[in-house]
Design a protein around this ligand. Structure first.
Ligand code: CMP
Length: 137
């Protein structure tokens, strides 16, 4: 099973290596990584479920502010295991040992995005990668 994680702009250039290490140390296989910069249109589409929320504009501006790394990972019960390692949305509430506790500095700067279920993993992988591209992995 596969899932998707995004290393967010503020930690992308300095701490992506440490985030990838945490994934590997916790038994995730790194299937594919892609460095990219989101534009308004792509970020708005990706986060459309949050449209209308008070933090939406701030979230989109932040996600477009610099490069991100999109990471496809693989593990048994992948989405569930990934959510555990990533921790609560708000870094202040995230458990010790989680990625957001270690690298998050607040909201929306919570270090990483992770798909929240098996279904959203498939949707989010399809969002960033064509089926043709996925066949190569
Ligand atoms: P993410 O997993 O990328 O999914 C939606 C994002 O919205 C979330 O992580 C945070 O970055 C951001 N977010 C959620 N709640 C808030 C909030 N109350 N204020 C600002 N940003 C938020």
């Amino acid at each position: 099973m596969r899932s998707l994680l995004i290393v967010k702009p503020d930690i992308c250039k300095g701490k992506t290596g440490m985030v990838l290490s945490m994934l590997i140390d916790n038994g995730f296989k790194i299937v594919f990584t892609k460095i990219m910069q989101l534009d308004f249109k792509v970020a708005s589409e990706f986060y459309k479920e949050h449209f209308g929320k008070p933090f939406y504009g701030q979230l989109i501006d932040f996600m477009c502010s610099d490069q991100i790394v999109v990471v496809v990972v693989e593990k048994l019960n992948c989405a569930e295991e990934l959510r555990k390692l990533v921790g609560s949305t708000n870094p202040e509430e995230a458990a010790e040992g989680t990625i957001r506790k270690k690298f998050g500095t607040g909201l929306p700067k919570n270090a990483v995005h992770a798909s929240d279920s098996g279904i959203s993993s498939m949707k989010e992988i399809d969002f960033f990668f064509s089926k043709e591209e996925q066949l190569k992995w």
